[in-house]
Design a protein around this ligand. Structure first.
Ligand code: EPZ
Length: 439
């Protein structure tokens, strides 16, 4: 079994190498594709290993740069880990020597903020770099900090770092998040399991990733009620180390991205290991645009039937169970092909339209008005050189490039590799004319 040490420059590819993808469209795809493990579920589950002293085993881990970065960040704290990238098995031995999540790693992946909760819960102290902003917004973490203070932690922000300590004991308290925050809910879920008494998280995130973390904590002895609802109650309890490997569930955003790809190329595709139960709002939107879906009896096999001509629709992104902001860019690429004017309103992030300028280079007719984008269609997209700016924007450009006539070159494709496991290889197997080149 080939085992790559994820952290000490094992055989992992170089994340900094500026790969590009060359796509010749329009593509016609056919076949079956297996949905990989969910990035946004894997990350909090990896950071929760900091709660334990014994090795924690994981399965079905997606092959992503963000997983590489997470293991490197944990390694910088003293943990040992091994990652068999072929089988998707990871072991993390959380021998924490430094309760510090350094800027060099957190700046690469904002989700490094997820080290804060487990360190405070386990050790009563943490020094975690402020994540800083990213392409889609300022991404503050004030809700995390305010909530920690309510549980009795002393938190100071200085010199770009969050310094947290627990002078006596964490004590449960009522907390109400001003806005729904996914990683904020995840951090506080973890800390509250180690706080004396009851904690109530009001306006908490309902995302499946949060529920998966809560379910793991419950299986280890935590007393938690209300997972998946806006109010979660947690009582302090002793946690046992995981006795069995933790399997990463499939990625609902990857699955949604495949629906966009199928519709943009008018291809019938079969998705295996598809988390249909977590995709209601995404399925509803794509049905309105023009698609039908057939689920297998055991519900993890879904066939997509595109039904052009596509209709223009209005979409607002919302916290789960609403239409996911992580699907906004991909849906916009499909709306370029719909008849009429669509309005896409981004209600979660203040700058998540970076893909619009690049889509326009392919011929899209999109006007931005505040946090709304008006997409006029249908347009005949034409291939052109374009650039990825963030993870889901790069997925959107891929969707559009597959529909566009002619050659498209998407540069800075490491953005895509952060959150999608070898999407270009999966596409090639379905018949796409797509080549990866190093710039
Ligand atoms: C998580 O980010 C996801 N990342 C994001 O996915 C996703 O887009 C986002 O949730 C929304 O669903 C992971 O799970 C690793 P938030 P997170 O805290 O937790 C504001 C991807 O593509 N806010 O729910 O960082 C914030 O600015 C990534 O995989 C504060 O103001 O997002 C935003 O406007 C991108 N203060 C809104 O709340 C805070 O303390 C929601 O952010 C926290 C958040």
């Amino acid at each position: 079994m080939p085992v790559f040490l994820a952290c000490s420059g094992g055989k992992g590819e170089k994340a900094d190498q500026m790969d590009a993808l060359i796509i010749n469209g329009p593509a016609k795809l056919s076949g079956k594709v297996r949905i990989s493990g969910s990035k946004n579920t894997a990350l909090p589950l990896f950071f929760s290993s900091l709660l334990f002293d014994e090795p924690v085993h994981y399965e079905n881990v997606p092959r992503l740069w963000d997983v590489e970065t997470t293991l490197s960040l944990l390694h910088s704290m003293g943990t040992e880990s091994s990652w068999d990238k072929e089988t998707g098995k990871v072991t993390v031995h959380p021998l924490v020597k430094k309760r510090v999540a350094p800027y060099e790693w957190v700046k690469k992946m904002r989700a490094g903020i997820l080290a804060l909760g487990p360190l405070v819960a386990k050790y009563g102290e943490a020094k975690v770099s402020l994540p800083g902003g990213c392409a889609i917004g300022a991404r503050p973490v004030n809700f995390h900090i305010d909530a920690l203070r309510k549980l009795g932690a002393q938190v100071e922000v200085k010199e770009g770092y969050i310094h947290a300590s627990v002078p006596s004991r964490l004590k449960g308290a009522p907390i109400s998040f001003p806005e729904v925050t996914v990683t904020g809910t995840e951090n506080l879920l973890i800390v509250a399991t180690q706080a004396e008494g009851e904690t109530i998280l009001q306006n908490s995130a309902r995302e499946p990733e949060v529920v998966a973390l809560g379910n793991l904590l419950q299986s280890l002895g935590a007393r938690i009620e209300g997972l998946g609802t806006p109010t979660i109650r947690i009582w302090g309890s002793k946690l046992n180390a995981p006795a069995r490997p933790i399997s990463i569930p499939p990625d609902r955003i990857e699955a949604g991205t495949w629906i966009a790809i199928a519709m943009a190329t008018q291809s019938e595709l079969e998705l295996e290991n598809c988390p249909v139960g977590e995709m209601e709002s995404v399925l509803e939107v794509f049905r309105r645009i023009g698609a039908q879906f057939e689920m297998s009896p055991k519900r993890d096999l879904m066939t997509i039937y595109p039904r052009p001509p596509y209709k223009a629709v209005d979409i607002d992104t919302q916290p789960y169970p609403g239409f996911a902001t992580d699907m906004q860019a991909q849906a916009m690429a499909v709306l370029c092909l719909a008849q009429g004017k669509s309005r896409m309103r981004e209600t979660i992030f203040e700058n998540r339209f970076m893909h619009v300028a690049e889509l326009r280079r392919l011929g899209a007719q999109i006007e931005i008005d505040g946090n709304s984008a008006i997409i006029a269609g249908p347009v005949m997209l034409q291939g052109a050189p374009i650039m990825a700016t963030d993870l889901r924007a790069s997925a959107s450009l891929m969707v559009a490039a597959l529909a566009a006539k002619g050659q498209t070159r998407i540069s800075r494709i490491y953005h895509l590799d952060r959150g999608y496991q070898r999407l270009d290889e999966k596409l090639r197997r379905l018949g796409a004319d797509i080549t990866r080149v190093t710039e």
